[in-house]
Design a protein around this ligand. Structure first.
Ligand code: PMP
Length: 409
C-alpha cells in the first residue's frame, strides 16, 4: 500500500490527466461509440480515396455535386487572386469586403427576404441568432431532434429552454401555453439525421397563435427542396411573416463553406449589433464568398441536378423496399437505415466498406440511445449505376448481418 502511495505521489499532473483521459477513451471504445476520422485523400465526389482505399461514397452532404465543380473552383481561384486569402479581421473591424456584401445581397434575393447576413459556419450562425434574440426571462422551444448547434444555442441563451416532441405541433402548443417573455420556436427544416421535413405549416400556425417567432435552420433543405432550391420555405410557400428567422448553411448543397441568416432589416441589424458569435470572429475568406456566388447561380438554375437527385431518391427507396430494407420515411437525400445498436451499425458499415462502399455509422449522442443508424446520403453527382451498386451491397451485407443475428439467438 505504501509503495502504491509512493507511486501515486510520484505521478506528475500531466500523467494523472493522461490516465483519466485514457480511461474515458477506453470506455468510449467499449461502448462502440469511439469515432474515427476517415482520411480523405481525394476531393469530394461520388468516388473517393480514403485511407488508401478507393470507395463509392454515400455520406457527404454535397447533395447537388457542387463541392468540386470546375466553375466553382475557378471562382475561388479568381477570388483569391483578386482579394487574397484571409478575411483579415472581423466584419465590424475591417473584414467585411465586397464579395461578402454581394453574396449577402444575392442570398437575400434567393430567399426572398429583405436582408441576409453571412457567417463562417452554420454552428456560429445558430449560436448567434438564438442568443441575440432571447435571453433571461424569455423562452426558447425546440424540436427534440434539432441539430446540436441549435440545442447548444438554446442552453447558451439563458432563456427558459424546453424541447417539444419531434415534429409535434400539439406538444409545441402545450409548451407555448407555459412560455414567458419573448418566445422563439426553433426547428430544423430537414432533420439532419432522419431526413424528414418539419411540419412547418402546423408549427407556424401554433407559433402565430401565441405571437412566438419561428426560426428554421434549413441546412439540408436549401438545394434539394423547392422548385428553385429555396428549401423548405419554398416547398411550403412560407414568407417572412411565417418564418421571420431563416438559416441556411453553405457547406452542404452549396458545396462551399459558411452560413447565413435571412430575415428583416431589423433582424439582421440586431445580429450585427448584438450577436457575439458574429462580432467576435474573423470573416470567412472573401474568395469563399466568390465561390459561393457561383455555386448559388448553379444551384438556382441547373434544375437537372434536383431532378436527377429526386429520381435517384425514388429509385433507391423502391430498390431498398424490394430487398426488404425499411428506411426511415424521408423524401430527401438523407436516407437513414435504422439499425438500433451501435455494435450492429458498425458491423454493417464495416461489411459495406469491405465491398468498397463508404457510409456514415451514426451513433449516440448524435442520435438518441438505441437508434444508431446508417446515414445514407445521395447526391446529384451519383450515377444510377453507382446507386444500384449500393443496393446490391446493402442486400448482401444485410443478409450476412441477419444470419449472424439468427445464429446468436
Ligand atoms: N445545422 C444543421 C441542421 C446541420 O446539419 C449542421 C452541420 N451538420 C449545422 C447546422 C452546422 O453547420 P456548419 O457545418 O456550417 O457549422
Amino acid at each position: 500500500m505504501d509503495d502504491l502511495l509512493l507511486v501515486i505521489h510520484a505521478l506528475s499532473v500531466p500523467d494523472i490527466m493522461s490516465f483519466d483521459l485514457a480511461v474515458r477513451l477506453a470506455t468510449r471504445h467499449a461502448e462502440h461509440l469511439y469515432r474515427q476520422r476517415p482520411l480523405l485523400e481525394s476531393p469530394q465526389g461520388p468516388e473517393v480515396t480514403v485511407d488508401g482505399q478507393h470507395l463509392l461514397a454515400f455520406c457527404s452532404n454535397d447533395y447537388l455535386g457542387l463541392a468540386n465543380h470546375p466553375e466553382v473552383i475557378r471562382a475561388l481561384r479568381q477570388g483569391a487572386a483578386r482579394w487574397g486569402v484571409g478575411g483579415g479581421a472581423s466584419h465590424l473591424v475591417c473584414g467585411h469586403s465586397t464579395p461578402h456584401h454581394e453574396l449577402e445581397a444575392a442570398l437575400a434575393d434567393f430567399t426572398g427576404r429583405p436582408r441576409a447576413l453571412l457567417f463562417s459556419t452554420g454552428y456560429m450562425a445558430n449560436l448567434a441568432a438564438v442568443t441575440a434574440l432571447v435571453g433571461q426571462g424569455d423562452t426558447v422551444l425546440e424540436d427534440r431532434l434539432n441539430h446540436a448547434s441549435l440545442l447548444d444555442a438554446g442552453l447558451l441563451s439563458e432563456a427558459r429552454f424546453s424541447r417539444y416532441l419531434h415534429n409535434d405541433a400539439a406538444s409545441l402548443a402545450g409548451r407555448l401555453e407555459k412560455a414567458t417573455g419573448a418566445t422563439l420556436v426553433v426547428t430544423d427544416g430537414v432533420f439532419s439525421m432522419d431526413g424528414d421535413l418539419a411540419d412547418l405549416p402546423a408549427l407556424c400556425a401554433e407559433a402565430r397563435r401565441k405571437n412566438a417567432w419561428v426560426m428554421v435552420d434549413d441546412a439540408h433543405g436549401f438545394g434539394p427542396l423547392g422548385a428553385h432550391g429555396g428549401g423548405i420555405v419554398e416547398h411550403f410557400g412560407l414568407g417572412l411573416d411565417a418564418v421571420p428567422v431563416l438559416v441556411g448553411t453553405l457547406g452542404k448543397a452549396f458545396g462551399t463553406a459558411g452560413a447565413f441568416v435571412a430575415g428583416s432589416e431589423e433582424l439582421v441589424e440586431t445580429l450585427i449589433q448584438f450577436a457575439r458569435p458574429y462580432i467576435y470572429t474573423t470573416s470567412q475568406p472573401p474568395a469563399v464568398a466568390c465561390a459561393t456566388l457561383k455555386s448559388l447561380e448553379l444551384l438556382r438554375h441547373e434544375h437537372w441536378r434536383r431532378e436527377h437527385l429526386a429520381r435517384l431518391i425514388a429509385r433507391f427507396r423502391q430498390g431498398a423496399a424490394g430487398i426488404g430494407l425499411t428506411l426511415l420515411d424521408s423524401p430527401t437525400p438523407i436516407q437513414p437505415l435504422l439499425i438500433g445498436t451501435s455494435e450492429r451499425t458498425l458491423k454493417l458499415s464495416g461489411l459495406l466498406r469491405e465491398r468498397g462502399i463508404l457510409v456514415g455509422a451514426i451513433r449516440p449522442p448524435t442520435v438518441p440511445a438505441g437508434s444508431a443508424r446508417l446515414r445514407i446520403t445521395l447526391s446529384a453527382a451519383h450515377s444510377e449505376a453507382q446507386m444500384e451498386r449500393l443496393l446490391v451491397c446493402l442486400d448482401e451485407c444485410w443478409s450476412i448481418l441477419a444470419k449472424e443475428a439468427d445464429s446468436d439467438a
